[in-house]
Ligand binder design. Structure first.
Ligand SMILES: N[C@@H](CCC(=O)N[C@@H](CS)C(=O)NCC(=O)O)C(=O)O
Length: 253
């Protein structure tokens, strides 16, 4: 019987798979383990009542195991490994935290408006550490075979690549050749292609409000992720709203 999973729908396109890296991590695990699944797409700006009843915290992903909905990608992937041990995706404990600081440093750099605050260097430092690891142990974190840590890193590195390209015209430095090869390997896997959101614009739309919050006339900040329909860009037409940045205009059809 297929496992049921609630996944994030694309911002402004609730019938399409969205950009959540935690959801994709679980989908990648299901694909790599050849587990059949049925997806419920959840519009996180308009969560259905049934979803909130089974999952009051309201976050995706959640997976139904033995009649009970379980949240959190760490917990879900652990249960999947226990229930479906073949093929094993276990990462040896000494490698389990490889790359674990990349996502946090990426987000800090992405949001930074200060070119000399050290956030770019902090990210490069973490990417350099990953590069060094891959040089000795690669092509994946645990050698020739993909494992859980790669499936957790892959969607995060994809967000890093897409968002930094878009918002900062930044890409992974060319001298980090092992990281660049790693992302190419990961992003070209069948499992990744099947589970990635259909268009980069959904990744960009997801980060937009965090990078450049829109301000209301009364100076209170609004987050576009709570907008019912990002693509309508209703705030741009609203005289009570000062648009302090034009990132949103890039989505205008
Ligand atoms: N620690 C959680 C994080 C899940 C998470 O933050 N999901 C986001 C989407 S990427 C979400 O559901 N946001 C909607 C909300 O918080 O209302 C995990 O690993 O599954």
């Amino acid at each position: 019987m297929a496992l049921e999973i609630c996944a994030k729908a694309a911002v402004g396109a609730p019938h399409l798979l969205g950009d959540c890296p935690f959801t994709q991590r679980v989908l990648l695990t299901l694909e790599e383990k050849n587990i059949s699944y049925q997806m419920h797409l959840i519009d996180v700006s308009n969560k259905p009542q049934w979803f909130l009843e089974v999952n009051p915290e309201g976050k995706v992903p959640v997976v139904k195991f033995d009649g009970k909905w379980v949240p959190d990608s760490d917990v879900i992937t652990q249960i999947l490994e226990e229930k479906y041990p073949e093929p094993s995706l276990v990462t040896p404990s000494e490698y389990a935290s490889v790359g674990s600081k990349i996502f946090g440093t990426f987000v800090t750099f992405l949001k930074s408006k200060d070119a000399i605050d050290g956030s770019e260097q902090a990210l490069i430092f973490e990417l350099f550490a990953l590069d060094k690891h891959l040089k000795t142990h690669g092509p994946f974190v645990n050698g020739e075979k993909v494992s859980a840590v790669d499936l957790s890193l892959a969607p995060k590195l994809y967000h890093l690549e897409v968002a930094l390209e878009h918002f900062k015209s930044w890409s992974v430095p060319e001298n980090l050749a092992h990281v660049r090869n790693y992302t190419k390997l990961l992003f070209s896997r069948e499992s990744f292609i099947k589970t990635v959101t259909s268009d980069k614009k959904y990744v960009i739309a997801g980060w937009g409000p965090k990078v450049n919050p829109l301000k209301l006339g009364n100076e209170s900040t609004v987050s576009l992720s709570s907008c019912p329909d990002l693509n309508n860009l209703m705030y741009l037409d609203n005289p009570n709203v000062i648009v302090e940045n034009m990132y949103a205009a890039k989505f205008e059809k």
